[in-house]
Design a protein around this ligand. Structure first.
Ligand SMILES: [Zn+2]
Ligand SMILES: [Zn+2]
Length: 138
């Protein structure tokens, strides 16, 4: 493997490049497979033909539809926030949701509306990133 930032060879176990300190796949100047220079907009390495690794911040991993539906139906428990990795907000919603048992459902209603609104915001694209800053998949 090669650093995509500086082109130096790195071990497959490395989390960051020891030569330049860049996180893995944060650069776009070199191919991770052969170390050859690559155009920063290229998808495929012209030298070895391998698909160039994309920076982790650009990889869509979580589904927008799934997150949106989770927010609408299970948002009162913060499930959509757990799914997207926003654990602090998720725990707050979960506590509100569970407190409904002792508040005759009042706090559950608050977190339910909260989750519903966020579910719609996710589906309409107002919330379009997960907690790692990665875009959501359509
Ligand atoms: Zn490097
Ligand atoms: Zn290559």
């Amino acid at each position: 493997m090669y650093c995509r930032y500086c082109g130096k060879e790195i071990t497959p176990q490395a989390v960051i490049c020891v030569s330049c300190g860049a996180g893995l796949n944060t650069g776009r100047s070199f191919c991770q497979n052969c170390g050859g220079e690559s155009n920063s907009n290229a998808e495929i390495c012209v030298k070895c033909g391998v698909r160039l690794a994309r920076p982790i911040t650009e990889q869509a991993e979580k589904s927008k539809i799934a997150a949106g539906l989770l927010g609408i139906f299970l948002g009162f428990l913060g499930i959509h926030r757990f799914y997207l990795g926003y654990n602090n907000i998720a725990v707050a919603q979960l506590i509100l949701g569970l407190l409904g048992i002792v508040t005759c459902g009042i706090t559950s209603m608050v977190s339910g509306i909260w989750g519903l609104v966020e579910g719609i915001m996710i589906l309409t694209g107002s919330i379009d990133r997960d907690a790692m800053g990665r875009p959501l998949r359509d």
